[in-house]
Design a protein. Structure first.
Ligand code: 6GU
Length: 278
């Protein structure tokens, strides 16, 4: 997969070189190009924004700068600054690499030769785990980071000639710009690329993958500061452990995100657990 990010703050994207993403870069699974939008500014001041038509506070990013930038990145005629992995230690096996488990991709939601353009904006459609799964199959994803009051809307409308465009939000709050949202979205996508996390089971059991939040986890010691690990986890009875984990997931979801339960297929046993938790 190739990711390109267009931004006026290239250094903000440096975290993409670290940890899991750095490993994917090291393995040749991922290439990340970061592009300074000011490289497409045409005036002496390298200005990228202007006052909004209709008045009001803030500034709007200029179409004559963004248009050529997105044209060039779509055409692949500009490399940008290609990020190098921060961690060259491929020889070490990962704790979640499981022998005999082959990397399998998620189904691609759609099919097209056009690259995907993701425009992070608080006015976008909510980004979900389902989006992350679908986009983990993409060959080329471009992120356009807006700052200030956003990008002239015609840039997004025109880009649809060269891209499949998605305006997405990462939550109901406002960030200064799209850069941090790109870090969030890129990490959610890249960890699902086959071969990046050791095995698919480790994300099939993630929160949201079955529509529920994950319940609590425990490790040694058995008693810590007087607090005991739930005894069922030492029972050696896998069916009992699985049932207990599902119960915990159901109860946590009911307590903190009850609206998620509307989209989960509940068995009579699940329903009984939820009724007991009220
Ligand atoms: Cl994707 N971008 C910005 N700038 N703010 C946000 C956001 C995105 N999602 C929530 N707030």
């Amino acid at each position: 997969m190739r990711l390109d990010v267009v931004t006026i703050f290239p250094e903000y994207l440096d975290p993409l070189r670290h940890a899991l993403l750095g490993k994917a870069i090291e393995q040749g699974i991922l290439t990340v190009g970061v592009h300074d939008l000011r490289g497409w500014a045409t005036d002496v001041h390298k200005s990228v924004d202007d006052s909004p038509y209709g008045g009001g506070p803030g500034m709007v990013m200029k179409p004559e700068v963004w248009g050529p930038a997105l044209d060039d990145v779509a055409a692949g005629t500009t490399e940008g600054q290609v990020l190098e992995s921060s961690l060259p230690h491929l020889d070490k096996p990962r704790h979640d690499d499981v022998e005999g488990v082959t990397a399998r991709a998620y189904d691609a939601g759609e099919d097209s030769d056009l690259p995907l353009l993701i425009v992070p904006t608080p006015a976008g459609k909510p980004f979900t785990q389902a989006d992350a799964q679908a986009w983990s199959n993409e060959e080329h994803i471009v992120f356009a980071c807006g700052r200030y009051e956003g990008i002239d809307q015609r840039v997004v409308d025109d880009a649809a000639q060269r891209y499949r465009v998605r305006e997405v939000s990462i939550g109901d709050y406002v960030l200064i710009g799209g850069e941090v949202a790109v870090l969030v979205i890129a990490e959610a996508i890249v960890r699902l690329i086959p071969g990046v996390l050791g095995n698919r089971r480790s994300h099939e059991e993630d929160s949201f993958s079955d529509g529920l939040l994950e319940g609590p986890s425990y490790t040694k010691p058995r008693v810590w500061r007087g607090l005991e690990v739930p005894p069922v986890l030492f029972s050696g009875n896998h069916a009992l452990v699985d049932r207990w984990r599902r119960d915990q997931a159901l109860l946590r979801t009911q307590a903190v995100r009850p609206e998620l339960l509307n989209h989960v297929a509940l068995t009579p046993q699940d329903q009984a657990v939820l009724d007991s938790g009220r």
